[in-house]
Ligand binder design. Sequence first.
Ligand SMILES: *Cc1c(COP(=O)(O)O)cnc(C)c1O
Length: 399
Amino acid sequence: MAQTQSNLFPSYGRFPITLVKGEGSRLWDDQGKEYIDLMCGLAVTNLGHAPEAVKEKLKLQLDELWHVSNLYHIPGQEKLASLLTANSCTDRVFFCNSGAEANEAAIKLARKYHQKVLGTGRYEIITFQQSFHGRTLATLTATGQDKVKEGFTPLPDGFVHVSFNDIEAVKHAVNDRTAAIMLEFLQAEGGVHAADPDFVSGIVELCKDHGILLIADEIQTGMGRTGKLFAYEHYGIEPDIITLAKGLGSGFPIGAMLGKEKLAEAFGPGSHGSTFGGTPLACSVGIATVETMVEQGIPARAQQMGELAVSLLQERLAGNPLVKDIRGKGLLIGIECVHAVADYIAEAQKRGVLPVSAGPNVIRLLPALTIPEADLKQGIDIVCGILTEAASQSTANRS
Ligand SMILES: *Cc1c(COP(=O)(O)O)cnc(C)c1O
């Protein structure tokens, strides 16, 4: 139902739908209408809604302990950190509650490492046009999109944006102030654009030659989304810092910043903190999520289902004059259209499917990595049907 009067700040443009229940890849609204979920709360419920294995652990933890201060040892943090480091190229973890906070921690760590451990005084972070890194002052400054910055000046110093997949531009931007390069291997909010392998190896070389840290923003691409547990694995390289949130808690708020051992010294006692970061509740959910992902080979399934989805889309949309490109990795898929996609998304909602956009002209599909094949096919069928009808209408209008 569309809300007529509200005490909320109107900071979100909301669809006229109120979702009240979710199970697996299905959602229900307050009118009892059923939907196939192709957006997962924006890449959050990667194991589907209310996954059994995670729910069980959460219920057990509810009876034990919800919150203690980080002034005490928290076994759940140790366990989740050991799972995350065992399954990545990193050694240390800092827990927080969201993606923006994970990136804030990464930015602070990069600066502190250069300033206190290496004594170089470097502070600049290079990021990319069309990137998205969050909504806090530092992370919206890091974000390479003007629309998130309007009206929030003065912005913090020390961020430089260069064009994505342009290694010459990065070389040009590197100087003796450069502390880190922050990168999404697959720009998600920015329109589903993958980094070229050559571009990534060029960046890794630059980082090595100039003593620059590589920060991988895996907040959307991590947790199996792209067909590997982390998107950097597609490139055969190792970032110094990885940031996570979204899919890490299956819908329970948790964020994490992972880093190499050499960085540990920069975050000594008192250097950074968060009241809610890594509570026993959040960690129980994170542990169950990562264990399920790894034990059940969920990333490989995302890869398989992603290939199926893309081949279905290519087949159904071949020759459609309204469709410019179909691209993505795993189950982070973009359908770039000639026109704005808002109407297609509204029509999909009417027909019981929930995709989302990525910029004005791209339909983004982010289904659960566990989505049943039949649901995926049905959802894609409906989205393709809308684009096929729209194409035949636009030819009819022209003739
Ligand atoms: C969503 C997202 C963020 C911000 O995460 P929040 O939890 O909303 O703060 C940062 N980076 C990327 C790539 C994202 O997709």
